[in-house]
Design a binder for this molecule. Structure first.
Ligand code: MEV
Length: 438
């Protein structure tokens, strides 16, 4: 039976760890030592990480890897990726190399508009509300001037605010639907601050609007929040080449490969069970770069999956075709990213990742992320439609098994040599280690 804890956040870090150890660990000394092993010896750096969240007890590592040779719009990039899954960086790198000799990735940003909404309830005549909104709209802009000043200097700001009547879906429900340009910042704080000011202005001004009845004057603000669905903040990534140029070691018959590849994409377009896994493969690449560059991968995930269902059915994010002997593979995804503000100026590793990417603008980062997602999808589909996924995956995963069994360098060399010519599976590797040890 565990016990309730009161005032956990008020305890010191040491006290928090001791409480966790007393409550949950069978071997307190060992558990505490593991937690402390991950503390940074540089106290200032550790304090920085402690302060990112509440109740920090230690740091949680993820490897940061590099997928080099990403030729995007004629420029080479080395892409930093933070991810735990063994084969992801290797697959991205392999795909990048493959396409670097076939024209590389072509990417285009179609828009960078962000969205935020004030959700409110109004009981009364909607024509009067429309009239009130047209009167109050300039004030909504005016009252946020102190917030928008700096953003405007950078070329951004509030693009528009419209009133939306949603009463056919939910009784008395209306929205202020606002669009924003936030340039190189993701803009969440900016947008939310503007929205909360819109809500305040809306509520206050309604109280003095003479045409409103007493009930109509009482607008209820339900909430003010940005939307992570950004269908007008979209980037496209594409690769293409002549079908015969697809030939390489594992692709001896490029026509057959291209046709099977297109078929695999079509399956993901029409079959949600496959689409989810297909898109998960794309997100392997996207999340890893989004995380390494200090962006909010949950926001990106939510927005992208909503986009994948925009026609009312969950479908593939990527598409492929063969036309006039040319194989093309492309994807359009919504991506709200930032390269200034937030973690980008706080987390030392994020700064390094952005430096590796040559300090990209948010638009440039959108393109790099989209290219990485497409590369990841290409790598997965190439394996799936040729050798199967396990060959490459297990080749990378073998290190995890070797670590799990605490193998010596000699044992590792033996295992790797043996599995150069034998099928790798978890049980086969374990059996071989046991055979070596006997
Ligand atoms: C594994 O992380 C991702 C894949 O399942 C993606 C796919 O099936 O396309 C290999």
């Amino acid at each position: 039976m565990t016990k309730e804890v009161i005032g956990f956040s008020k305890l010191s870090k040491e006290e928090k760890i001791n409480w966790i150890a007393d409550t949950y660990f069978t071997n307190s000394k060992e558990g505490i030592s593991v937690l402390k092993q991950y503390w940074n010896s540089d106290e200032t750096l550790q304090k920085l990480h402690d302060d990112f969240i509440e109740n920090t007890i230690t740091n949680f590592y993820l490897p940061l890897g590099i997928a080099p040779n990403f030729l995007i719009n004629g420029k080479f990039n080395s892409v930093p990726m933070a991810i735990e899954e063994s084969s992801v960086v290797a697959a991205a790198a392999k795909s990048a190399k493959f396409w670097s000799t076939r024209g590389g990735f072509k990417t285009t940003v179609f828009g960078t508009e962000k969205i935020g909404q004030v959700h409110f309830l109004f009981t009364g005549n909607s024509d009067k509300l429309e009239h009130f909104f047209s009167k109050v709209k300039p004030k909504l802009f005016e009252n946020t001037e102190s917030m928008t000043k700096n953003m405007q200097k950078r070329g951004g700001g509030i693009l528009d605010i419209v009133l939306k009547n949603k009463t056919s879906k939910l009784e008395n429900y209306y929205q202020l639907h606002a669009t924003f340009e936030t340039k190189d910042s993701m803009g969440a704080n900016f947008i939310n601050s503007c929205l909360e000011q819109f809500a305040k202005t809306l509520r206050e001004e309604a109280l003095y609007f003479e045409a409103f009845s007493e009930t109509e004057k009482n607008i209820t603000i339900v909430m003010s929040i940005l939307s992570n669905y950004v269908p007008n903040c979209v980037v496209r990534a594409e690769v293409s080449c002549k079908v015969e140029e697809l030939a390489e070691k594992n692709i001896q018959n490029p026509t057959e490969f291209a046709e099977k590849f297109v078929q695999a994409v079509r399956i993901a377009e029409i079959e949600p069970y496959r689409a989810v896994t297909h898109n998960k493969g794309i997100m392997n690449g996207i999340d890893a770069v989004v995380l390494a560059t200090g962006n909010d991968f949950r926001a990106v995930e939510a927005g992208i999956h909503a986009y994948a269902s925009r026609v009312g059915k969950y479908s593939s994010l990527s598409h492929a075709k063969i036309e006039n002997g040319i194989f093309s593979f492309w994807m359009e995804i919504p991506l709200a990213l930032g390269t200034v503000g937030g973690l980008t100026s706080l987390h030392p590793l994020v700064k390094v990742a952005l430096e590796i990417l040559q300090k990209p603008s948010a638009k440039e980062l959108m393109q790099i992320v989209a290219a990485t997602g497409l590369a990841q999808n290409f790598a997965a589909l190439r394996s799936l439609t040729t050798t199967g996924i396990q060959e490459g995956h297990m080749k990378m995963h073998i290190n995890n098994i070797l670590n799990q069994y605490k193998t010596t360098i000699e044992e590792r060399n033996e295992v790797k040599k043996y599995f150069e010519n034998n099928t790798i599976s978890h049980s086969a590797v374990v059996a071989f280690i046991e055979h070596l040890r006997n």
